[in-house]
Design a protein around this ligand. Structure first.
Ligand code: ATP
Ligand code: MG
Length: 264
């Protein structure tokens, strides 16, 4: 970061948070569970905010399993200088460990302190420029990267993602308790893959059994922000590095719920 960082003691989390006056809002997307769609939802929230005219960035805090660059079709470029983010085709600034690797297939075999250090640097040392929104894609669980994000980055809040499978209440509660311990506000719950839209006939099917969003919301006290379908087009766009091109009313609505309630 070019100017002097301002630090603020975070009593509960036992660490200093580094405030960046050039970044207005910071929203993390996380879950206790892997593969529920955290990265896709982070990417789509960022793409929606960018389409709406905001200056947007994505900090990929999944250091050992980064997937954001691939979703946006980005790779490390040798010409890129310094510790600057790369820009997606619509101008979203992205920083990810995969953008620093010579080959995107290289594994990152790091222990906790190195992972925590990378997350801290992505926040403090990257030249993000002025941003309205920075979205943070968290890896699953409660290990080093989510812990460092919650301890050192002043988050406006956390969006918790779940899918309608067994154990979801336990998994959501774990994420909630971690956020509570770290003094991070939880904005709400997004149930992803809630139902399937048939790519042929458009009929909606409850693929993973009945959606649990409402029930989980009641049991955890978290507002249900959205129930999103399993959509083959989204998976395909993510795979082809074209996630920015995916548009859906439901995602636009999710973004406007977050903004309208002044949650972000
Ligand atoms: N609603 C959806 N419809 C169709 N495919 C989806 C949907 N959400 C996510 N996917 C696909 O599921 C896979 C896993 O999604 P994603 O990488 O976003 O999950 P994740 O929670 O970030 O996983 P990880 O825990 O490994 O970081 C991806 O291939 C993605 O394209
Ligand atoms: Mg992910």
């Amino acid at each position: 970061m070019s100017s002097n960082p301002i630090t603020k003691k975070n009593e509960k989390a036992g660490a200093e948070k580094v405030v960046r006056p050039d970044i207005q809002h910071v929203i993390a997307v996380g879950s206790g569970k892997g593969g529920v769609g955290k990265s896709s939802i982070t990417a789509l929230l960022a793409a929606g905010a960018s389409r709406a005219g905001f200056k947007v960035g994505i900090l990929d805090a999944d250091i050992t399993g980064p997937s954001i660059p691939k979703m946006f079709g980005l790779k490390m470029s040798p010409e890129r200088k310094g510790f600057s983010p790369m820009e997606s085709s619509s101008g979203i600034k992205i920083m990810s460990l995969n953008l620093l690797l010579a080959s995107e297939d290289d594994p990152v075999i790091w222990r906790g302190p190195l992972i925590a250090g990378a997350v801290r640097q992505f926040w403090s040392d990257v030249d993000w420029g002025e941003l309205d929104y920075l979205f943070i894609d968290l890896p699953p669980g409660t290990a080093d990267a989510p812990l460092t994000v919650m301890q050192t980055i002043p988050l406006d809040g956390l969006v918790v993602v779940s899918s309608p499978q067994d154990l979801v209440v336990m998994v959501v509660k774990k994420a909630l308790k971690m956020a509570g311990t770290m003094d991070v506000p939880v904005l709400g719950l997004v149930e992803n893959m809630s139902y399937l839209i048939c790519p042929h006939c458009g009929v909606e099917t409850e693929f993973f059994g009945s959606p649990k969003g409402e029930e989980v919301s009641k049991l955890t006290g978290l507002p249900l922000l959205a129930a999103l379908p399993l959509d083959q087009k989204l998976a395909e766009y993510c795979d082809r590095g074209l996630v920015e091109r995916y548009e859906s009313e439901l995602f636009d609505k999710l973004l406007s719920i977050l903004q309208g309630d002044k949650l972000i």
